[in-house]
Design a binder for this molecule. Structure first.
Ligand code: CMP
Length: 141
């Protein structure tokens, strides 16, 4: 069993896509173990996107992700990191296939609706940046 951090970005929240996005992961069979609507602080955003520091789009990315509420979530499932990224679709909207969240709803790369962790290490770090362990709900086996 694996955990990942997923976040509906400000564009997804503003467009009313939280329910649609959550529904896709529920229907896939994953378990939602935590979720909350939060406004990301500059410090939290910089920590979340630390790997992109120095890139040309870093400053605008921080401005975007702190521009309005996001829906931060922790999900659980077998191979969920790899599978959730397939459900999400490619970062570049021109490469995101129809049937994926980005392929179906995103038309501009920076505004690609949702973030998903890309490795177990990233997932652990990103979950800790947004959630206290006590906020993660355990399910009965
Ligand atoms: P995400 O998968 O969350 O990871 C980094 C984010 O930076 C990406 O989604 C986009 O929202 C944003 N971004 C903005 N410009 C670019 C770009 N040129 N290439 C990749 N990501 C970009």
């Amino acid at each position: 069993m694996e955990r990942t951090f997923l976040m509906v970005k400000p564009d997804g929240v503003q467009r009313g896509l939280i329910g649609e996005i959550v529904g896709r992961f529920e229907k896939k069979g994953f378990k939602l173990v935590a979720g909350k609507l939060v406004t990301v602080s500059k410090e939290q955003a910089k920590a979340h996107y630390a790997e992109h520091e120095g890139k040309s789009f870093f400053d605008s990315l921080i401005t975007f992700i702190t521009s309005g509420p996001v829906f931060a979530m922790v999900w659980e499932g077998d191979d969920i990191i790899e599978l959730s990224r397939m459900v999400i679709g490619k970062t570049k909207v021109t490469e995101a296939l129809p049937g994926t969240i980005r392929g179906d709803y995103a038309a501009h790369t920076p505004f690609n609706l949702i973030h998903g962790s890309d490795s177990p290490e990233s997932a652990e770090r990103e979950i800790a940046n947004f959630f206290d362990e006590s906020e993660l709900v355990p399910y009965a086996k």
